[in-house]
Design a protein. Structure first.
Length: 114
């Protein structure tokens, strides 16, 4: 089983990034997919989630209206489009899959700074 995140990096405030998480080794379409993040000195918290059935989405209040989660069940990939980025969005972003088991990716660093 693998969850491989990509797309992180350094961006200026107000900029955008698109994170991707490529999944393999399990039935991706059956799993709810989530993005979590862990900022410096903080715990890991849910950023956004999308269900396996219906593609229902949920977001942390702090990112509503700025971030969008989507999934491609053909490519076994989940995405996080991040717009209007703020310095407080700086964190390691983790991909998470939940159904019969829970899987985690290794994380990708996002730094928002001028």
């Amino acid at each position: 089983v693998q969850l491989v995140e990509s797309g992180g990096g350094l961006v200026q405030p107000g900029g955008s990034l698109r994170l991707s998480c490529a999944a393999s080794g399990f039935t991706f379409s059956s799993y709810d997919m989530n993005w979590y993040r862990q900022g410096p000195g903080k715990g890991r918290g849910l950023v956004a989630g999308i269900t396996s059935v219906g593609g229902l989405t949920k977001y942390a209040d702090s990112v509503k209206g700025r971030f969008a989660i989507s999934r491609g069940n053909v490519k076994n990939t989940v995405y996080l489009q991040m717009n209007s980025l703020k310095p407080e969005d700086t964190a390691v972003y983790y991909c998470n899959a939940v159904y019969l088991r829970t899987y985690w990716g290794q994380g990708t660093q996002v730094t928002v700074s001028s």
